[in-house]
Ligand binder design. Structure first.
Ligand code: HAM
Length: 428
């Protein structure tokens, strides 16, 4: 193939081309349908924000902010950052536009994090997610968690497990953090290199540390769910019993401390068991009842989740889910008289709702037939001199063993549909 191209996609990014991108289309359509049924509407946000949105929203001490943010100054000397996630910008937009409550929104967005690239970990990844503002009721937590769970099932994933925890609130968390800090202080020498010296700053991060030393040292650490205030305990209990009533399986996990500072009360994470343990987080989220206020808005509770599209598709590969190549072509038009007739027929059939392609550059019949075979279309529509003179077209099935037939031009779209085509573009 000669020398490698001069320009390649930046490290840690991915090009997704057709036909592989058909699965992205399918996934997005399925997500829109699943959450649309629960009243979530699409929100579209800028890819970059004033850096303060992320500093104050996600937290200045969080790893995503301190180590991974793509930040820059524009020509007007504004300090901006590419969004590392979706929630803080949706909260910013919520405050700016004050939509009616409850405000339920979903999104599909790239997210940028300067991470060490590896399988399933990118510097630009893509998330589908949702956020709901203005409701404190634990029934909303149940709705949000079960929508995520329903979506995995709709995609065909069976080996996705759910971990759930409560982070408490400003009433009960500070006392728990003190308790944890004291517990860790007694075992500081057993912690990993990073946390031995840093555990005091944010002891909760130690619970999330994946290094063996920290995991061993915190095995008997106090669990936050044993130290919740009355209101948080009642909330957590209602969420768990709601999930029980819906038959959503979960395991409580006191170590589940997610990487952003905005979380309060319910937090959850879905793991794709079919993937290796390193990159098996297929989605996660939680409540953030203080986020809107921390960005300068009125006190407003909120909850949501995000899922990595690349991770979802990796899990699909591992489980053999969504194996279909997505919607293909219904018909491929073959015209050996210059191509104008193919233009007209393709236009007519597309107007009738069919997915149609054709060849260009006046190629030979043989070469066009090859292209038709390669295209994956269900049927070839052939128009030669004889057909043109008689006002018909020949329909030749490209799969199965049906005979080819001649059909009057006016009946072409119906005939293509009858041949089994025309179903490829249907919504799931
Ligand atoms: P997160 O857990 O950081 O949460 O990201 C959500 C999902 O995005 C992860 O579970 C994973 O599937 C995927 N993901 C994250 N980082 C990468 C990466 N570097 N490469 C590939 N995939 C990745 C959030 O972003 C929160 N905004 C979720 C949320 C919404 N919480 C409340 N509302």
């Amino acid at each position: 193939m000669g020398s490698p191209p001069r320009f390649q996609a930046p490290t840690g990014t991915l090009d997704v081309l057709p036909p592989a991108s058909a699965r992205w289309e399918e996934l997005l359509a399925l997500f829109a349908i699943t959450v649309g049924r629960a009243g979530y509407g699409l929100v579209i946000n800028p890819m970059f924000e004033d850096i303060g949105v992320f500093l104050r929203g996600i937290g200045e001490g969080s790893e995503v902010v301190t180590k991974e943010m793509y930040e820059f100054r524009d020509k007007g000397d504004r300090h901006l950052a590419l969004r590392p996630e979706g929630t803080a910008s949706v909260a910013r937009a919520f405050i700016q536009h004050r939509p009616a409550l409850p405000f339920k929104a979903w999104y599909a967005t790239p997210a940028f994090r300067y991470e060490r690239p590896q399988a399933g970990r990118y510097r630009q990844h893509h998330q589908i997610g949702l956020e709901a503002f203005g409701v404190e009721d634990p029934e909303l937590d149940v709705e949000v968690v079960s929508l995520a769970s329903d979506f995995y099932r709709a995609v065909g994933l069976r080996q996705v497990s759910l971990k759930i925890n409560s982070m408490g609130d400003e009433q009960c968390r500070p006392a728990y953090v003190e308790l944890l800090r004291a517990f860790l202080a007694e075992r500081a020498d057993q912690l990993c290199d990073e946390h031995r010296t840093k555990f005091e700053i944010n002891p909760l991060r130690v619970l999330d540390c994946k290094r063996a030393e920290c995991i061993a040292a915190t095995e008997r650490a106090p669990a936050i769910t044993d130290h919740l205030c009355e209101a948080c305990r009642a909330h957590y209990g209602a969420v768990l019993s709601g999930l029980d009533d819906l038959g959503v399986a979960y395991s409580p996990e006191f170590r589940l401390v997610r990487g952003f500072d905005y979380y309060t009360r319910t937090t959850f994470e879905f793991a794709a068991e079919a993937l290796g343990t390193a990159q098996n987080a297929a989605g996660g989220g939680g409540r953030y009842d203080g986020l809107v206020e921390s960005l300068g808005g009125p006190p407003t509770p909120g909850i949501g989740f995000g899922m990595g599209i690349e991770r979802l598709l990796m899990a699909c590969d591992a489980e053999g889910a969504m194996a279909g190549s997505g919607p293909g072509l219904d018909a491929f038009v073959i015209d050996v008289m210059g191509g104008r007739r193919a233009t007209l027929i393709a236009h007519e059939l597309r107007a009738a709702g069919l997915r149609v392609d054709r060849a260009f550059d006046g190629r030979s019949m043989k070469s066009q037939m090859k292209a038709a075979d390669r295209s994956g279309a269900v049927v070839a529509v052939i128009i030669g001199e004889e057909e043109a003179a008689a006002g018909v077209a020949t329909l030749r099935p490209l799969r199965g063993d049906e005979e080819q037939v001649k059909v009057p031009r006016a009946e072409l779209a119906d005939a293509v549909r009858r041949m089994g085509a025309g179903k490829t573009g249907e919504k799931p």
